[in-house]
Write a protein that binds this ligand. Structure first.
Ligand SMILES: [Cu+2]
Length: 342
């Protein structure tokens, strides 16, 4: 067994080093490094267990092991889960290294027939993975990382992680009607929607596809798009290009349409389209001065669909593993300096 994270933390506490720096490094790389005699060694980890909490979290989320290690995922509670590497999305994007299964019969749970899943990591590399029921590729929702590093290595070598841009759906969504800024009489609003680059469909349990999904309509509601979107008031799901919002109170409204995988997880960055409209009481006149079709000042008109649209949002962030290596080097330097001072 490797050194538990808590022991690593205790160890760094005993060192007379800038603790913040060391802690940042540990967090960044998932607690892989022990510092001794001025050199940096990877904690040797043979077989490890990742627990899946009843609330759908991989614990630990990020784990580092040495080649040849077997990791076993064990759910607690009755929720079904999968352990699926990022490249296994439909259609596959890059290497589909491991996948515990894509159907209800193969999902693992603390109370089902399959209570664990194991995979042996022979090759160095960075493996991002997710749960088909509660997460998505690219580190969204229930997701985690396994880093396989040869003992003594300073930075991950071997297979690079699946590029997050490659696993993100190349999809854009748009609203055909109502027009941005429109005034609608009554408390029922029919919304016509469209999606470029994907099929709108009823969810298929267990599939996380880059080319199929559905709409989540958020009316005057903000939800955390970095986690699975729950069926809360203000959220309407639509598996077709027509959705009806019921019991809409009179007044101004903001509608955000969010594209999600079948499991209601939003790709990152989210794929959205937002418009504003006003409703008036049934049979009544629009309030004086209310917009009637033309967008109010300051609100951009909804663009017509364009191929590739929102799916091409740039992601210029430094790859996390390079940033992590930077943290490691900084922390190592801090420790060496502290030891010289001691
Ligand atoms: Cu899950």
């Amino acid at each position: 067994m490797g050194v538990p994270f808590s022991q690593l933390r205790a160890f760094t506490r005993r060192l007379a080093v800038p603790r913040l720096l060391a802690t940042v490094a540990l967090d960044a790389l998932g607690a892989i490094a022990l510092f001794s005699g001025g050199s940096v060694n990877v904690v040797s980890a043979a077989d490890e267990t990742v627990t899946i909490s009843p609330t759908a979290t991989f614990l630990p989320k990020n784990l580092t092991v040495t080649p040849g290690s077997t990791i076993t995922w064990r759910p607690t509670g009755g929720n079904p889960h999968s352990v699926t590497s990022d490249g296994c999305v439909e259609p596959t994007a890059g290497a589909c290294t491991f996948d515990s299964g894509a159907t209800a019969a193969t999902f693992i749970s603390g109370t089902g027939t399959r209570t664990s899943y194991s995979f042996k990591f022979d090759n160095a590399g960075i493996y991002q993975y997710f749960c088909r029921v509660h997460g998505g590729p690219g580190g969204v929702g229930q997701s985690g990382t396994v880093t396989v590093m040869p003992a003594g290595a300073l930075i991950p070598t071997g297979a690079p992680p699946v590029n997050s841009a490659d696993v993100r759906p190349n999809v854009s969504v748009y609203v055909v009607s109502p027009a941005n800024g429109a005034t609608i009489v009554g408390d029922r609003v029919t919304v016509q929607l469209g999606a470029n680059g994907a099929t709108v469909r009823a969810p298929v349990f267990g599939e996380v596809s880059r080319t199929a999904g559905h709409f989540n309509l958020l009316l005057d509601t903000e939800v955390n798009l970095a986690t699975q979107i729950q069926a809360v008031p203000g959220v309407t799901r639509s598996n077709t290009t027509t959705a009806t919002l019921e019991n809409v109170r009179p007044g101004p409204h903001t509608l955000t349409v969010v594209w999600t995988y079948d499991n209601n997880v939003s790709p990152q960055p989210p794929i959205t389209s937002t418009l504003r409209f006003t409703t008036t009481a049934g049979g009544g006149e629009a309030p004086a001065g209310a917009p009637s079709g033309a967008p109010p000042a300051g609100i951009p008109a909804v663009r017509p669909p364009a191929t590739g649209d929102a799916g091409l949002a740039s992601n210029s962030a430094t790859p996390w593993y390079i940033a992590s290596a930077g943290f490691m080097l900084l922390a190592g330097a801090g420790i060496v300096m502290a030891r010289k001072r001691a």
